[in-house]
Design a protein around this ligand. Structure first.
Ligand code: SF4
Ligand code: SF4
Length: 339
């Protein structure tokens, strides 16, 4: 398989990461790779009874590792490909058990809770294992294809009753094409409906290969202006738009999903640009889902120890959401609110 790279000007990447206080991704300086990640994927969540990630009742499998870092990301623990340690001070009863259990003396009990020396932590998980209140948890579990299929099969009765299935999400599931293709094939053989949720920053060859084994793509489109896209997600969007156009030209079922964030992309200019772009995609008229931003993920950032200026991100009001629906309608596009 082949792939390209998106190159950064000197310091650009670091500048944006400092602005949003995000951790470094595992990438070479000034190069953002769209090739598959080499390491075996970790899962950071399995969501059951999901009703917003494709048709019917679904199980959503979340794979770790993403090459975007959207400022509003609802799954920040899914951005790094490796394991992460999450600590919730509100759950901590200050028992000190984790301090004793840590083989690397990385933890200290302070008046404010547990302090971690990240230079000493080896992500062994001993602290999470002994914590009686689950105040410490490790995000990132390694499961085999067979183990994931066992989890999927447990939900079969719900798929059959509701017309549901499995959705692979992340992170960016297309950064793990080998495992993803194995899972998609296995689901296909068992007659389970398959959806893939992608941000689209991958090689076109991989995208099309996966499309041949997928029943539905949920394709995220944040904004059309590349400079703004770069500012808010850490990457330009030329490849993302190109891939969306390529995918729309195939017979793949496609739903375009647009997160709607006040002050980021709910302005008229962006919505008109986006509607114009969608209207000119090849193939049948595409369905658009508008996904209003909500703040429920903010506690995850605190648990990960990431400081983000939440003031910059606002939930859109009912009027702004309705306005967005109408703008798409003017271009002949049916936009529904929610997944
Ligand atoms: S993950 Fe392991 S090394 Fe890190 S703080 Fe916990 S016990 Fe210590
Ligand atoms: S073991 Fe859990 S509850 Fe006890 S001090 Fe550590 S983090 Fe807090």
């Amino acid at each position: 398989m082949t792939g390209g790279t998106v190159r950064w000007r000197d310091g650009e990447m670091e500048g944006r990461r400092r602005l949003w206080k995000l951790p470094k991704l595992s990438m070479r300086r000034n190069e953002l790779f769209i090739e598959p990640l080499m390491q075996m994927p970790l899962l950071f969540d399995i969501k059951r009874y999901a009703i917003h990630d494709g048709p019917g009742i679904r199980i959503v499998i979340f794979l770790k590792g993403c090459n975007l870092s959207c400022a509003w990301c609802h799954n920040p623990e899914g951005i790094p490909a490796g394991q992460e340690r999450m600590y919730a001070p509100a759950r901590c009863i200050r028992c000190g058990t984790c301090v004793e259990a840590c083989p690397n003396r990385a933890l200290t009990l302070t008046s404010g809770g547990i302090a971690t020396d990240t230079a000493l932590c080896r992500m062994c998980g001993a602290c999470a294992e002994v914590c009686p209140t689950k105040a410490i948890e490790l995000s990132g579990t390694r499961l085999t294809v067979e183990e994931i299929m066992m989890e999927i099969e447990k939900e079969r009765v719900f798929f059959e009753q509701s017309g549901g299935g499995v959705t692979f999400s992340g992170g960016e599931p297309l950064l793990h094409p080998d495992m993803l293709l194995q899972l998609l094939d296995e689901c296909g053989k068992r007659g389970i409906h398959r959806a893939v949720d992608t941000a689209g920053l991958v090689s076109s060859e991989i995208l099309l290969q996966v499309a041949g084994h997928t029943d539905l793509f949920l394709y995220d489109l944040k904004m059309v202006d590349s400079v703004r896209h770069h500012q808010w997600t850490g990457v330009p969007n030329g490849k993302i738009l190109e891939n969306l156009r390529i995918l729309a030209g195939t017979d793949t079922n496609l739903i375009i999903r647009i997160p709607l964030i006040s002050g980021v992309n709910d302005d008229e200019d962006n919505l008109i640009q986006t509607a114009q772009f969608v209207a000119t995609l090849p193939g049948e008229k595409k369905t658009v889902n508008l996904l209003p931003y909500h703040k429920i993920a903010q506690t995850k950032y605190l648990k990960l120890g990431r400081a983000v200026d939440f003031q910059l991100l606002e939930e859109p009001g009912a009027e702004a959401i309705q306005k967005a629906v109408e703008i798409f309608k003017e271009y002949g596009i049916e936009a529904t609110v929610g997944g």
